[in-house]
Write a protein that binds this ligand. Structure first.
Ligand SMILES: Cc1cc2nc3c(=O)[nH]c(=O)nc-3n(C[C@H](O)[C@H](O)[C@H](O)COP(=O)(O)O)c2cc1C
Length: 202
């Protein structure tokens, strides 16, 4: 299985990247490959209509990122909570992702907060970001609160109770994601679900 993790923080050395790295390392214990698309430093230009022209510089610049999404068996969207929102860089990235890249591909949502937050980005993503690209947000998500104090080492049984809890919960959520990835790959292979009559969701 090949999982692509999108770390949605604009900040260098962000906690979202730390959590993304933890998940990537842990996926290795499940014999799954992963790759992180790190949005630190805003590497992705703001979406513009040029993106619709395959010959444009913008489309060519985005193509390596979108190829990674297209080849993935599953996705993980890691979003910090910023002013109770998903950062604009992650929403901007999602503007480029179409159903050709991500339709019926399972996606685990992860909210990250330095305090007790992390729920708002999950709620925001659950009502947006999937309509046209048809990625499938799986029912389980992760909320990494007090992020600085957790997921700082790979062992599931080390650290404080809260640390152990979120690491074990992450382990479980990755199992669920990989099960969906396996099942939905079969579904995508067996059914032609991309309809030119209905390229966008309602
Ligand atoms: C612009 C900005 C707004 C933030 N707003 C919130 C917030 O609304 N709720 C919250 O729990 N944390 C908030 N934080 C703190 C983040 O939870 C903290 O930076 C955490 O490490 C996750 O972000 P990171 O992945 O960029 O490190 C905010 C941080 C920034 C930079």
């Amino acid at each position: 299985m090949n999982i692509v993790i999108i770390s949605g923080s604009h900040r260098q050395n962000s906690q979202s990247l730390k959590v993304s790295n933890w998940l990537a390392e842990h996926l290795k214990t499940k014999s799954a490959k992963s790759e992180i698309i790190d949005l630190s430093g805003n590497p992705i230009p703001f979406w513009s209509e040029e993106a619709w022209n395959a010959e444009s510089d913008l489309a060519k610049e985005m193509s390596p990122y979108l190829e990674k999404i297209e080849k993935a068996d599953g996705l993980i969207l890691v979003s910090p909570e910023w002013h109770g929102m998903v950062p604009s860089g992650l929403k901007n990235f999602l503007l480029y992702v179409s159903s050709q890249h991500a339709a019926h591909n399972p996606s685990l949502l992860v909210g990250v907060s330095a305090s007790r937050g992390g729920t708002y980005p999950i709620a925001e993503l659950r009502m947006s970001g999937y309509k046209n690209n048809r990625m499938v947000y799986i029912p389980d998500h992760l909320i990494v609160s007090n992020c600085e104090n957790v997921m700082n080492d790979p062992a599931l049984d080390s650290g404080e109770k809260a640390d152990q809890y979120i690491k074990n919960r992450a382990d479980y959520s990755l199992n669920v994601l990989l099960a969906y990835a396996k099942a939905l790959k079969t579904m995508r292979d067996e059914h032609d679900l991309l309809s030119s009559d209905y390229p966008f969701g309602m």
